[in-house]
Write a protein that binds this ligand. Sequence first.
Ligand code: ZN
Length: 213
Amino acid sequence: MPIKRGAEIARHASSSAPAACSIVNVGYRSTNFWVVSAGRSRFLVDLGWPGMFGALEANLKRMDIPLGELSHGFATHYHMDHAGAAQDLKHAGMRLVVFDVQAPFVAPMAKWMKPGMHYTEITPDDNTVIPLAEGRALLRTLGIDGEFLHTPGHSDDSVSLVLDDGAAFTGDLTWPTLAGEGEIDVVTRSWELLRSKGAKQVYAGHGPIRGMP
Ligand SMILES: [Zn+2]
């Protein structure tokens, strides 16, 4: 089932729950790019295909999200369909957050690009490179409460974001029932970690929103 583009999922907080954020999908070409917002403070999860910044801009416009309000963003992992427009977003004012476990994977992504893809290479020295443990404090500055977790399985640099209300952005982390023999242990551990941190709904890099497996 394709993701219904344009569907905004607003969650309502009870008095004891974390502040409500909204989640909007601005994805294209079968990849989901999620805008997490606390009012006009916005954090982008996954960063577009290479050479297709215009499509991202158009989807943001359609959803009434000013490009300039995307102050920060991160890629769940450095594959071209998740981080391909990162530098274009930086040029538009977004601060790229790279977790230290991901840093060695940023530059090598360029070797998968072909000239026709019009990839803008990510410059290494102007990103916010921080340990996973500092992610919560960074999100807090945006009014968003959540935690970043290292969830290898699909790739060694895979990082998930779990909001305190249970929304989990898992990128391409392999669904447990689809895990091959060689990855089943690492995939299972990643899902267990997500569950232990309160993940309830899964906002993956591809496909519809699902419950936890
Ligand atoms: Zn991938």
